[in-house]
Design a protein around this ligand. Structure first.
Ligand code: UGA
Length: 436
């Protein structure tokens, strides 16, 4: 099937390469010339496991190409819309200017029978607003939200846990759903449920999914606050809760909380849209979810200050991690970097290291110290803070090895990912978040 993917960021680049890998003929379109040049050369402009291989395979097969020219999308049967929807400056709502610009640029190239499939995360009601102008060209707009996780994006795109398509209540809508069923045939054959809904429900599924995940993380982090006050251990609590299959252990990882380009801005946009709909009260808890999440960053900083006897000024602190999570170089709203910046603000001599995100971090925060190698960051540190749970810190760093490098054996585990007993046994002063 001929397809275009409009917007080649974390979502679109992976979607384009994945669609080509299952046999479709795909053109990825983006306004950013540098990004298009990198992708066309088989190099992902960001860190994403398996993406380079998938790009090269697609480019070599002739089924995948990239362009800045929207006219290249003209012969596609399906146009996937994958542009970003960041948080609006000065507010909590989603900024839809890239969605609007992409649709405006696409309109002259739409033909009767074409399907425009929105994948971007948008406030409920966006599809209804856009549907009219698309219908005038004889094309039809459907909404097909994306649930991929960065770091697992290739896996999640090729083997999604579900496919959701919101369609208008027309014959053209039914035909569009069939076309998407064909487009995703391998995933459906492998067992992925294919759910057809109305447009508003499809938009809501995405917002609700991210709101739920954020709520689950903040729930366990709220329990961490209670554990801190009562002498309990939140990781044991999470294990015990997780055995209840109605609850489940996933997304009960406690620590410095969630960040990235999705969960934080999506819960805010969701709440902002609910307000517009006159139902702000229904999701008032999302403000708490946000607040709990941000409080954990304060708490991590306070733990470091306390662990160093109340003063971090002039102390050398190794910050292990900059990305908002492992297997990513994404530093958007990264709690890890936020903690580093705050420690620096208190006068600490901060040295940040990360196996993937260092260039992005250094560009955004040139005031911080950086070390490419983990051990260089550890050397002579008065305290170590683990803020992104890369295997390099979680599994491949022994307390003895690190202990031989640092000036002081003080470690704050911002992701509750280390074996506290092993670190204590090696003479470290270990501080988890909500752990005994
Ligand atoms: C999230 C969703 O998981 C995807 O389903 C969704 O498609 C995506 O947003 C999106 O809207 O595009 P992602 O932002 O890649 O994916 O990251 P997650 O793996 O969900 O992690 C988000 C944050 O939560 C990270 O900072 C992570 O460290 C944190 N987290 C995650 C926890 O603090 N505890 C956990 O137990 C799990």
């Amino acid at each position: 099937m001929r397809m275009s993917v409009i917007g080649c960021g974390y979502l679109g680049a992976v979607h384009a390469a994945a669609m080509a890998s299952i046999g479709h003929d795909v053109v990825g379109i983006d306004v950013d010339e540098q990004k298009v040049a990198a992708l066309a050369g088989g190099i992902a402009p960001f860190f994403e496991p398996q993406l380079d291989e998938l790009l090269r395979e697609g480019l070599d097969s002739g089924r995948l190409r990239f362009s800045t020219d929207m006219a290249e999308s003209a012969d596609a049967a399906v146009h996937f819309l994958a542009v970003g929807t960041p948080q609006v400056a000065g507010g909590h709502a989603a900024d839809l200017r890239f969605v609007d610009a992409a649709i405006e640029a696409l309109l002259p190239h739409l033909r009767p029978g074409h399907v425009v499939a929105g994948k971007s995360t948008v406030p409920v009601g966006t599809a209804a607003r856009l549907a009219g102008s698309i219908a005038e060209s004889g094309a039809v707009l459907v909404w097909n939200p994306e649930f991929l996780r960065e770091g697992w994006a290739v896996h999640d795109t090729i083997t999604p846990d579900r496919l959701v398509v919101g369609i208008p209540p027309t014959d053209a809508g039914d035909a569009a759903a069939e076309l998407l069923r064909e487009a995703y045939a391998p995933a459906i054959a492998a067992g992925a449920p294919f759910l057809v809904t109305d447009l508003a429900t499809a938009e809501l599924v995405k917002g609700a999914a991210n709101a739920f995940l954020a709520t689950k993380i903040s729930f366990i982090n709220a329990m961490a606050e209670i554990a801190e006050a009562s002498g309990a251990d939140v990781t044991l609590l999470a294990d015990a809760l997780g055995h209840d299959t109605r609850i489940g252990r996933r997304y009960l990882g406690s620590g410095i909380g969630f960040g990235g380009g999705c969960l934080p801005k999506d819960i805010r946009a969701f709440a902002a849209r609910a307000e517009e709909l006159g139902r702000g009260e229904a999701v008032g808890f999302l403000r708490e979810v946000d607040g709990i999440n941000l409080r954990r960053r304060d708490r991590a900083v306070q733990l470091v200050v306390d662990a160093l006897g109340g003063l971090v000024f002039g102390k050398r602190i190794a910050v292990l991690g900059a990305a908002f999570k492992p297997f990513s170089d994404d530093i958007r709203d990264s709690p890890a970097l936020d903690v580093a910046v705050r420690l620096r603000g208190l006068g600490a001599d901060v040295v940040v290291t990360d196996p993937a995100a260092l260039p992005n971090a250094a560009a955004a925060h040139p005031q911080l110290g950086y070390a490419v190698e983990r051990d260089d960051a550890l050397r002579d540190a008065d305290a170590v803070v683990v803020v992104t749970e890369w295997d390099l810190y979680r599994r491949e760093m022994s307390p003895e090895h690190a202990g031989a490098l640092v000036a002081g054996r003080v470690i704050v585990d911002g992701r509750n990912c280390l074996d506290a007993d092993a670190w204590r046994a090696a003479g470290w002063s270990y501080h988890g978040m909500g752990r005994r």
